[in-house]
Structures are given as structure tokens and as C-alpha cells.
Design a protein around this ligand. Structure first.
Ligand code: SAH
Length: 296
């Protein structure tokens, strides 16, 4: 059975820990009662992270079996509602029991649709693939997507994980959605999740690394990555947005916000005097930031 390399970190201040692991290619974070488990796609990445973290944190390596994690998560995870969407773990309770996450946009963009009272349900199997809706950054992206009119839009979801944002974009009316991830396991999980949502119309997933593969152009691009990766790939991400389109980013911590915005602006400017993009939505949740940037 497949198992996942992880670090069990005890007694850490979570803000400090999240900042420290930001650039260590972690694939998932599980906050437990008395520890934080940080998962990696390879034992090599885990061991490298341990070497780096060990001076500041009590970090012990472990292997977590997928079956244990998924089974426990199925029991533990409750549905999460963001606006008019509910992300429900497979085999879970009815959406009426979902705790509501109250995120309102600071500055709704023109053409934004009001949030309907009855949530639409998306089913996602809990697995190691990030994106069950329980992380603040996923919820921020889901909230940001709902400030846009997605009809007739193509959506590119960079770092799709469980596929939740691509499937959500379809549910919110996008003409088509493509999710890419450099982790083949994530793409496999995203495809399995898509099959659990048979009403999805035109959603596809592909294995691709944002650092090495040219991105397809889309009216809306979502990128829930890390602050460091957003800064590194700002040119590619802004370049993938069609004129008049919107880039939604999250995965950055509040302390990284200005650097990320600076990187997006640097690339927006392209040497011109007038920046051809502007921030149309911004929200912070639990120390994480979500931003929507509109390209002129
Ligand atoms: N979109 C989901 C998952 C975000 S987690 C959500 O919002 O919940 C970030 C994802 O980005 C992970 O699945 C990770 O594998 C992927 N990722 C990280 N670096 C990447 C890269 N260079 N190219 C493509 N995907 C990447």
C-alpha cells in the first residue's frame, strides 16, 4: 500500500512553522491535536526539509499510510460551505450540516454574481491530494471565484491538487476548466474526484510543471501555490491570463503579500508606465492571503 513521507513536528508555533516550510515543497499540512504533520511527495524532499528544520523545530520523520489517512479523514472531515458551494467529503453527511465559512469580498468586481442561499455540492475524496476545502487558501480561492462571472470563460487551475477549484469553476458556470499539477498522483486524484461529480461538463486535468511547461491562455487563472513559487513564476502566471481576465492567487502568508504583489506588478508593468492590472479582491483568513488581480 502506498505511504507518504511526512514530518511530525511538535511544540511549534504554527505561523513560524508555516513560514519555515514555505519553500520546502510540502504537499499537505495536517494540524493535529498535539503536533503538525507536514507531508512531502518524496522521502528525499522530506529528508531535506528535516535537515533544514531540525535546528529550529522538533521534527521527526514518519511514513503515513494512505489508507489510514483517508479512512480517518473520511470519518473526521465535515463538509465546508463557501458562498454557494459546499465541498463535501465522499460518503459524508448532508450539506445542511455544513459549517458555513463567512467570507465576503472586500471589493466585488463588476459583474459579480450575488451568492445564492442554497449551496451547490462538490464531492471530493479525502486523500493526500491537497484541496478538501478545509484549508483557508482553498476557501479563499473558492470565495474569489464566486466574485467573478465565469460564464463563457475558460479557467486554468495551476497546482490543481484534488481538482477542487477546476471542478468548482465548472460548477460556477465556466465554459471549460483545465487543472494542471506536477504531481501525477494529484492529477490521478483530481480525475477520480471529477468522476464523483458527474454533472461537471468540460473539465480536464494534465500533469505539467508550471516551471517548465508553457501555460495555456485562459480568461481566469487560479494558482493556490506558495508565496515563494508565486514570486518565482509571476511572469508565467500573469502571462497566462487573457486581456480582461483575472488571476486569483493564494497560498501566500500575510507577511509575503507585498512581495507577491510586487512580483505580479513587476510583470504586469512590462516596462510600460501604466500598470495594465489591478487588485480587484483581497482577503485574509487565518494568516493566509487571497488576491484577485484583473488584467486590462
Ligand atoms: N488547487 C488546490 C490545491 C493547492 S496545493 C487547492 O486550492 O486546494 C498546491 C498544488 O500545487 C499541489 O497539488 C502541488 O503538487 C502543486 N504544485 C506545486 N508546485 C508546482 C509546479 N511547479 N507545477 C505544477 N504544480 C505544482
Amino acid at each position: 500500500m502506498k505511504s507518504y513521507p511526512a514530518l511530525e513536528i511538535r511544540g511549534a508555533d504554527t505561523d513560524r512553522l508555516f513560514a519555515a516550510i514555505d519553500d520546502l515543497s510540502a504537499t499537505a499540512i495536517e494540524e493535529r491535536e498535539d503536533s503538525v504533520r507536514v507531508f512531502f511527495s518524496t522521502a528525499f524532499a522530506r529528508d531535506r526539509a528535516q535537515t533544514i528544520l531540525t535546528s529550529d523545530f522538533d521534527a521527526a520523520p514518519l511514513e503515513v499510510s494512505d489508507e489510514d489517512w483517508a479512512r480517518r479523514s473520511q470519518a473526521d472531515l465535515q463538509p465546508v460551505t463557501v458562498g454557494r458551494l459546499t465541498i463535501s467529503p465522499r460518503l459524508s453527511v448532508s450539506p445542511q450540516l455544513a459549517p458555513s465559512v463567512d467570507i465576503e469580498p472586500l471589493a466585488p468586481s463588476p459583474g459579480a454574481q450575488p451568492l445564492a442561499p442554497s449551496p451547490d455540492v462538490i464531492v471530493i475524496t479525502p486523500s493526500m491530494g491537497f484541496g478538501t476545502g478545509h484549508h483557508a487558501t482553498t476557501r479563499l480561492c473558492l470565495a474569489a471565484l464566486q466574485t467573478l462571472d465565469l460564464s463563457h470563460q475558460s479557467v486554468l487551475d495551476v497546482g490543481t491538487g484534488s481538482g477542487v477549484l477546476a471542478i468548482a469553476a465548472d460548477r460556477l458556470g465556466a465554459a471549460r476548466a483545465l487543472g494542471i499539477d506536477h504531481d501525477p498522483d494529484a492529477v490521478q486524484a483530481a480525475r477520480e474526484n471529477l468522476a464523483l461529480n458527474p454533472s461537471a461538463r468540460d473539465v480536464s486535468f494534465a500533469v505539467a510543471d508550471l516551471r517548465t511547461t508553457p501555460l495555456a491562455r485562459a480568461g481566469v487563472v487560479t494558482a493556490n501555490l506558495t508565496g515563494a513559487l508565486l514570486i518565482e513564476t509571476a511572469t508565467e502566471l500573469v502571462g497566462a491570463v487573457a486581456p480582461g481576465g483575472t488571476l486569483i492567487v493564494s497560498g501566500l502568508l500575510a507577511g509575503e503579500r507585498d512581495d507577491v504583489v510586487g512580483a505580479l506588478r513587476r510583470d504586469e508593468n512590462g516596462g510600460n508606465d501604466v500598470p495594465p492590472t489591478r487588485i480587484v479582491w483581497e482577503f485574509e483568513d487565518d494568516g493566509w492571503v487571497g488576491l484577485a488581480v484583473k488584467k486590462s
